[in-house]
Ligand binder design. Structure first.
Ligand SMILES: *Cc1c(COP(=O)(O)O)cnc(C)c1O
Length: 363
């Protein structure tokens, strides 16, 4: 049985539903979707007050009202998730490992001193919202419905302390296929994304704010993304932009470990590592030094480097620049490991191969 099927009808949360009066769907050109600019008809909202989540509702997508002293705006208590709903050829809608997002938003929330959301509430809200906006899940190949769950401090509060009031919301946005142009990256040696003891492992809004300036400087130099290095010495590789990063060196798939909590534990990362192990590929998760990657590039041993994340699944890197020296990576069609694993993930999502790890969650 496909996971989710047995639970789909078993909605336990008491969610009030107010349907939109008219759908915006007829005005959307699914063959021409701009990322994050179009939103489906409904959104989910819950308010955290007096220590519990109340006012659970699905209502038309619209602006919300907040106090100018809203704590999230001033002190940044705000965390989010990113996931996707897909439609297969039979028109069935499913998610990929959504329980992992439910767990992770709570890991993020705890670090930012915010209330957690019960997994049941997260899953119920998600299922109901996607069912109501089922027609918004594109049937076009490569397209999907991007889902944005988030929690933020909504209390009117200027004192610095953890807020007492929060909102947990979910809205969705149809997205097109990932545009696969060449990705040239630079190893960043000045700015950092995360430090030990910090919040790098949380999907916190502030992590993104802090990365924009270095990313902008990198972009002006022609780099699509930055490879982040450790805050102490800039000697160890952590992530690539807002994706995890992997290297295929010799016969080994190598990726930075998450033990130091400076790297976000991506669900795509975990899926790729699991599939690589299934294929009998040697996998190493540990500290990855800049030096060993540079040496592998000089020796021609670096077969592949790619980012992993929900947005693109796998994003193969075309060149890596370090201290003004640019290394070109092998042509994309020779990247057997990432091409194969990317294909397996697509096939699992389309139901073309057996979902041996129970990753597909039917709505
Ligand atoms: C979301 C995110 C990722 C990727 O996580 P997935 O669960 O694979 O989408 C990687 N790094 C950072 C910093 C992120 O915010």
């Amino acid at each position: 049985m496909i996971k989710g099927e047995d639970k789909a009808m078993n909605i336990v949360s008491n969610i009030a539903i107010e349907r939109s009066k008219g759908s915006k769907l007829p005005f959307v050109d699914f063959n021409n979707i701009q990322f994050g600019k179009q939103f489906s008809d409904h959104m989910f909202t819950a308010d955290y007050k007096n220590g519990e989540w109340t006012n659970l509702k699905i209502s038309p997508y619209e602006p919300i009202t907040l106090s100018p002293a809203c704590a999230a705006i001033h002190y940044g208590q705000s965390v989010f998730e990113g996931m996707k709903a897909y439609k297969n050829e039979e028109g069935e809608i499913f998610l990929f490992r959504p329980e992992e997002n439910a767990k992770r938003i709570n890991i993020s929330a705890e670090r930012m001193c915010m209330p957690t959301v019960p997994q049941e509430l997260f899953m119920d809200a998600l299922k109901q919202l996607i069912k109501i906006d089922a027609d918004w899940v594109p049937a076009v190949k490569g397209c999907s419905l991007y889902i944005r769950p988030f929690i933020f401090a909504s209390e009117e509060l200027l004192g610095v302390r953890p807020a007492d009031e929060y909102k947990f919301m979910i809205f969705t946005s149809p997205v097109g296929g990932y545009y696969n142009d060449e990705i040239h990256v630079k190893i960043e040696t000045e700015f950092t994304r995360a430090s030990e003891g910090g919040v790098g492992y949380a999907k916190a809004a502030g992590n993104y704010a802090a990365s924009l300036y270095p990313a902008k400087l990198g972009e002006a130099q022609g780099f699509r993304q930055l490879i982040w290095t450790d805050a102490k010495e800039h000697k160890y590789i952590e992530e690539s932009g807002t994706m995890n990063i992997m290297f295929h060196i010799g016969d080994t798939l190598l990726t930075p470990f998450t033990d130091l909590k400076t790297t976000l534990a991506g669900i795509t990362r975990d899926s790729v590592l699991t599939l690589a192990r299934d294929l009998g590929i040697k996998v190493e998760t540990r500290k990855v030094s800049v030096e060993e990657v540079i040496t592998a590039m000089r020796n021609g041993e670096l077969k592949d480097a790619f980012g992993t994340g929900t947005a693109a699944t796998l994003a193969q890197i075309s060149s890596i620049t370090y201290n003004d020296e640019r290394f070109e990576l092998p042509p994309l069609d020779t990247r057997t490991l990432s091409n194969e694993i990317g294909q397996i993930i697509q096939d699992i999502k389309r139901g073309k191969v057996e979902d041996t790890h129970n990753w597909i969650y039917k709505i």
